[in-house]
Structures are given as C-alpha cells and as structure tokens.
Write a protein that binds this ligand. Structure first.
Ligand code: GLP
Length: 248
C-alpha cells in the first residue's frame, strides 16, 4: 500500500485527479470503478475542469459504479444515478451507454446482480477503482460482516451507515435500508485501486484498513492483500497512522 497524506481535502482531491487523469491519458478506453459520497466530489469537479480546459477525453471510457440504493428511483436526487449525472456524466463527453450502475429498482435482484458481475468480467475487469470509505470501514456498501461477500449482492445497511448518510436526506426514515453493492472480489480484481478519505471521523477506519487484521468486520482491511493500492488522505484522516508508513 502506498499512503499519501495531503494538507487538506482540496490537495487530496488534486492528488487523486492526477492519478485518474493520468490513467485516461495512458489508456483512453479505461474501465473506471466509481464511488459516490461526498469524498470524491472534489475529484469529479477537478476531472470536469481538466476535461473543459485541456480536453481530457471520456469518449471511450467505461464506468461501473460500486453501488446503488435499493428501491430508490434513479430520478431521486439521492440516488447514485442522479449523483453521477450531476457530478460527472452530464459534464464530460462520456457515452452514457458505457456507464453502468446497479439498477436499484430491479424486479429481479438475482439476475441484476449476476448481470452486473458478468458484464464487469466480460469487459476484462476494472482498470482503476476509486473508493471512499465508511466510518465502519465499509467499501462500496460492503458492510462489516462475518464473511467477505465476493460478488454483487443486496446489502442491509448498518444503522451507522444509515445515520451517516441521513445527512443527504430530509430525515433518517427516508434513507433506504438496503442497497445493491459490488462485492469484495469485484473490487479486488481491479488492476489499480485508489482510496480517498478526509476528516477525523475516518481516522479509525483508515487505521483498521492499513494496520488492522484482515477481517470481514473491517471490510477495507482486505485491501492490504491487493498489490496496487494508493490511499490518499488528508491530515485528519491520517491522524492515527504512524509517520513511517506515510510516503515522503
Ligand atoms: C457511502 C458509499 C460509499 C462511500 C461511503 C463514504 O455510503 N456507499 O461508497 O465511500 O459511504 O461516504 P462519504 O464520502 O460521504 O463519507
């Protein structure tokens, strides 16, 4: 794991932007794994800027989002479909037919999950996966569990996650209780992974990710077993990590 610590959120977002933009320059038909939440917003904003100013090209890019709320229509402003359109897809020259997000309104969950897995595999797996992290160390919506769920699946969200995400909804009651999420194997098969975290409330999750035992009750800890992970943090999120682990 490479661990990069930046002064603040903006610097963290810039460092992530350089990696993603670099990936697209080298391989314009990259398959990107995308995350939602407030953490990658700065990254998406910067990518839009790079597209507008120097023409970063998304025309051949394929994307797979990590997750979507279950039973929340895509027109709902809190859906991840809506988020991606608002923050990235509507602002760059991506072909919407190449953007994939689990269908939270599916009538057949098993088929939806299997098709998602099959498509990722058929495309040759993800080149660069972008991750945020939950306060309970979840990645995507892979909540702490007694085992690592390998493939795309339905998740019952933890109360802690519902609480944390209620800030986007008018009340906690409106946060969906379930979501569809890529599994740990889908994520681990990505060729390269970057994980972003900002703020003191992520410090413990980051500590467990980097230094905890690899256990399904801290899902992000599995990343210790991946050979190309870059963790990009701001100072607050890095607060519990020993200096010697941080890249100079
Ligand atoms: C959400 C998403 C994750 C995200 C995490 C942290 O529930 N499913 O992909 O990384 O929680 O969100 P935030 O960046 O808003 O703290």
């Amino acid at each position: 794991m490479r661990i990069i610590v930046k002064e603040n959120y903006d610097e963290m977002s810039k460092a992530a932007t350089n990696i993603v933009a670099g990936q697209l320059y080298i391989k314009p038909d990259s398959i990107l794994g995308l995350a939602t939440g407030s953490t990658p917003e700065g990254l998406y904003k910067n990518l839009v800027k790079v597209h507008e100013t120097v023409g970063l090209d998304f025309s051949k890019v394929v994307t797979f989002n990590l997750d979507e709320y279950y039973n929340l229509p895509r027109e709902n402003p809190q859906s991840y479909h809506y988020f991606m359109n608002e923050h990235l897809f509507s602002k760059v020259n991506i072909n919407l037919e190449n953007t994939y997000i689990p269908d939270g309104m599916t009538e057949d969950l098993d088929i939806e999950c299997k098709n998602y897995d099959d498509l990722i595999e058929k495309m040759g797996n993800i080149d660069l996966q972008i991750l945020g992290i939950g306060q309970n160390a979840h990645i995507g919506f892979n909540e702490p569990d007694i085992k690592f769920e390998a493939t795309t699946h339905l998740v019952k969200l933890d109360d802690e996650t519902i609480e944390a995400n209620s800030r986007f909804f008018t009340s906690k009651k409106e946060v969906p209780e379930y979501a569809i999420s890529m599994g740990i194997k889908n994520i681990m098969l990505a060729k390269k992974i970057i994980l972003l975290a900002s703020g003191e409330n992520k410090a413990e999750a980051i500590y467990k990710t980097v230094l905890g035992s690899v256990r399904p009750d801290a899902p992000a800890s599995i990343l210790q077993l991946h050979r190309d992970v870059v963790i990009i943090l701001d100072k607050d999120a890095a607060k519990l990590l020993p200096e010697n682990l941080i890249e100079k």
